[in-house]
Design a protein around this ligand. Sequence first.
Ligand SMILES: [Zn+2]
Length: 196
Amino acid sequence: MKLLALRCPTCAQPLKPQNPEVVVLRCAGCGTAVSITDTGLASTTIHFAAATVENFDAWVPLWLFNGRVNITSRQTQGRNKQAEQDAQQLWGYPRNLYVPAWDLPTQVVCQLGGDMVQRQPQFQSTAPPTQATLVEAVITPEDALKLLEFVVFNVEAGRKDWLKELHFTIEADTPQLWAIPAQRAGSEWRLQPVLQ
Ligand SMILES: [Zn+2]
């Protein structure tokens, strides 16, 4: 384990992560988004999504990929024309692919990511707010890419034709980190309702 002096690279104020797994957080002093890797700290870019609701509690981090999923083989137990067509339609062209980046159980990441890939919410970028609570990101871009495989698998396993085997490849660019307005619901975060 390597100990890093956790200071903001812009204003040198000490950073105080809540989560030991943190990979991106926002400096409380100057608002710089700071990424923490094995090689050190660096300022990074976060795109803030414009709020569609007036009241929310914080921004939550989300990796957004432009990508394409190529299904090379999809074997099922049952036959269901509709499910087959839906699968072809969903993955037939390049899409936005989403991986929630805050601290969540993997199963929830898959559900949320799968729901979003089917709804394709679009975010409008807005100027970084001066006082913004950003929930820490704990997923690296590399891990997000791995999690995308689970997202795809989860979507296909959810169809009504008893998925038996699935082979696919994902082509994706380096993801962007977005901050999405969210409301606190108990111990969870509920994303703002996004236009479809
Ligand atoms: Zn700072």
